[in-house]
Design a protein around this ligand. Structure first.
Ligand code: SAM
Length: 217
C-alpha cells in the first residue's frame, strides 16, 4: 500500500501546531477562553493547523472580499482577516451573540475589527440577500451541516473565477463511511455533489476533520 496521511499522535500534533502561524498570544488566549467558558461547544472551533491554512489561502487569492458562514468565537474569522489584502473585508454570519461577543473581543485585541462585518441571523437568509455579483474571493463554510448544500448554492454563483470555497468537517470524524445522523448523510451527499460540480475544481484534504478546497472555474 502506498504511503498515506499520518495518524497524528498528541506529540506530533503539537509539533505541527508549533510550526504553523496563528498560534500567537491572541489566538492562544482565544482557544483557552473558548475551552474554559464553553466546554461543551469548544469542539466546534477550527483546529490551529486549519487557522494557518485559512490565512494562507486568503493571501494566495489576494482576497478583498471574504465571506464566513459560522463564526462561533471567531478563530477562523481572525485567521481569514489576517490574510486579507489591504482594504479587504470579511463578512461573517452567525446566529449567536453569546458566541460572537467573545469573537469581537479577540478581534479587537488582534486589531482586525475594522476588517470584519458580523451579521447576526440565519446565514441562509443572509447569503441570499448578498448582491448577486461574482465578487467573493474566498468563502469559508463551517455552520449547521444540514444547510451546507444551501450555502454552496448561494455562494458558488457569487464567487469570482479563481475564487476559493473552503468547507470544514467534511469527514464527520470518519462517519462519512457509516453515517449515523441526518447531518452525516447530508455531508455524504454534499461531498459527492461538490466533487462532481462542473463549476469548480476541488480537493478534499484530511486536515483536522477534513477540509475541502474548491476553486471556481
Ligand atoms: C462549527 S461552529 C463555527 C466555528 C468557527 N468557524 C471557529 O473558527 O471557531 C458553527 C457556528 O455556526 C453557527 N450557526 C448555526 N446555525 C447557523 C445558521 N443557520 N446561520 C448562521 N450561523 C449558524 C453556530 O452558532 C456556531 O457558532
Amino acid at each position: 500500500m502506498s504511503f498515506r496521511t499520518l495518524n497524528l499522535t498528541d506529540e506530533l500534533h503539537a509539533y505541527v501546531v508549533a510550526h504553523n502561524p496563528n498560534t500567537d498570544e491572541v489566538a492562544g488566549a482565544l482557544i483557552e477562553e473558548t475551552r474554559r467558558v464553553l466546554p461543551d461547544n469548544a469542539g466546534m472551533q477550527i483546529a490551529p493547523e486549519q487557522a494557518g491554512l485559512l490565512t494562507m489561502l486568503t493571501r494566495l487569492v489576494d482576497a478583498k472580499v471574504a465571506v464566513e458562514v459560522g463564526t462561533f468565537t471567531g478563530y477562523s474569522a481572525l485567521s481569514i482577516s489576517r490574510g486579507l489584502a489591504d482594504g479587504g473585508k470579511l463578512i461573517c454570519f452567525d446566529i449567536s451573540t453569546e458566541f460572537t461577543d467573545i469573537a469581537r473581543r479577540y478581534w479587537d485585541l488582534a486589531g482586525v475589527t475594522d476588517r470584519i462585518e458580523l451579521r447576526i441571523g440565519p446565514a441562509q437568509k443572509g447569503l441570499a440577500e448578498l448582491p448577486a455579483d461574482p465578487v467573493v474571493d474566498i468563502a469559508f463554510i463551517d455552520a449547521d451541516k444540514s444547510s451546507y448544500p444551501t450555502y454552496w448554492d448561494e455562494l458558488v454563483p457569487r464567487m469570482r473565477p479563481g475564487g476559493l470555497l473552503v468547507i470544514d468537517n467534511v469527514l464527520r470524524h470518519g462517519r462519512v463511511l457509516n453515517p449515523e445522523t441526518t447531518d452525516d448523510q447530508v455531508i455524504v451527499g454534499f461531498n459527492t455533489m461538490v466533487r462532481d460540480d462542473p463549476r469548480v475544481d476541488s480537493i478534499l484534504l484530511p486536515v483536522a476533520d477534513g477540509i475541502t478546497v474548491a476553486r471556481v472555474r
